[in-house]
Design a protein. Structure first.
Length: 365
């Protein structure tokens, strides 16, 4: 794919473009319209910096550029690491006209966005996602946060970027496990709102999982279109946006239980989506064969389809009660009403939930 695609997240005066294409991160004309001052702070991590920091800097020769290089991993997505960004901004005397650039995956994007929302009560930021997961999901929509030992993404803000630059060519350096983790979020869009996309993924999964550039570009574009449409309807998750959390209530419980970073976010979401599908089948919403089809699709992407053996029902229940979708003490889950259609509901019995939690390797049976 040589042609750059531009999508728009339509949020009235806070609308912004998503640029999708090859070799974008060194193109100054993509950055310049979204940087209003002279100061720029690039936030990246120890893995991405040696690969791509210089390329991004080459696009920013007109600006006073500083950088902060964070340790890499979900286990560092906390207030302590966030403070390293504030320290750098203050030490280098960045003012309210500064622009932060998030160069990295979901952790870097979430922390940079949160730092931008707080620094001097709010400065601009640009997302330059370098993982499939961040290109299709976390860089779009303005959810920013850090984790707390008691729960994932519990401290954060809704804060939109000025633009998202999704360069497909940087995915070439992504480890297979990280690529697979991103595919989990891609599959999610097919399940919750786009059955045609789900069918497309069934046909193209091998190409997607083997880094085919055109297939990746299509997957990123279709995922971002789906996400942008949902976010435009419900920016701050008062309603429909919660469907984007399919598999996440179970998945966040797995991540928190196992220790942040032991299971990648996408891996936990994959197992969580199978659990949500299993529960949807037990409630009579989808066919048993559709649960098995999902398991087959995720296995082709080298993703886990069952939660950790050692997690008990009670482990799940305790952690799921801390979930942001719990309202007035009532657990709400994103379940499927059909393939390509999701619903946020608390309309299920404790018994059904316990059957799913106890199923383990027998999910879907």
């Amino acid at each position: 794919m040589t042609v750059m695609k531009t999508l728009t997240v339509d949020l009235a005066d806070r609308s912004y473009p998503i640029f999708i294409g090859q070799s974008l991160i060194n193109q100054s004309e993509l950055f310049a319209p979204y940087i209003k001052g002279k100061q720029v702070m690039i936030v990246t991590n120890t893995t991405v910096a040696p690969l791509y920091l210089d390329q991004v800097k080459s696009a920013l020769t007109e600006y006073d550029v500083d950088e902060v290089i964070l340790p890499d991993g979900e286990e560092f997505k906390n207030l302590e690491t966030l403070n390293l960004i504030f320290n750098a901004l203050l030490e280098k005397r960045h003012n309210r006209t500064t622009t932060l650039i998030a160069l990295g995956g979901g952790v870097v994007g979430d922390m940079t966005g949160f730092a931008a929302s707080c620094y001097q009560r709010g400065v601009d930021f640009i997302q330059v996602p370098t993982t499939l997961l961040s290109q299709v999901d976390s860089s779009v929509g303005g959810k920013t946060a850090v984790n707390h030992p008691m729960g994932k993404n519990m401290i954060g803000a809704f804060y939109q970027p000025k633009c998202v630059i999704a360069d497909i060519s940087v995915l070439n350096t992504l480890p297979q496990r990280e690529l697979s983790a991103g595919i989990a979020e891609v599959v999610k869009y097919g399940l919750i709102c786009n059955s045609k996309f789900y069918q497309w993924l069934n046909v193209h999964m091998e190409k997607l999982a083997s880094y085919d550039a055109d297939t990746l570009a299509t997957a990123v574009e279709l995922s971002c279109l789906d996400k942008a449409a949902v976010v435009a309807q419900d920016e701050k998750e008062g309603g429909i946006r919660a469907i984007l959390n399919l598999g996440h209530t179970f998945g966040h419980a797995i991540e928190t239980n196992q220790g942040y970073g032991v299971w990648l976010h996408g891996e936990a979401v994959a197992a969580g989506m199978v659990m949500a599908a299993d529960m949807s089948w037990r409630l009579g919403n989808i066919a048993q064969s559709e649960v098995h089809d999902l398991q087959g699709l995720l296995k082709r992407a080298q993703l886990p389809c069952v939660p950790p053996k050692e997690m008990s029902n009670q482990d799940f229940i305790d952690l799921m009660q801390v979930d942001k979708k719990v309202l007035d003490g009532k657990l709400r889950l994103v379940l499927l009403s059909a393939i390509g259609e999701a619903v946020v509901t608390s309309d299920f019995s404790a018994d059904t939930l316990h059957q799913t939690l106890a199923a383990g390797e027998q999910l879907g049976f």
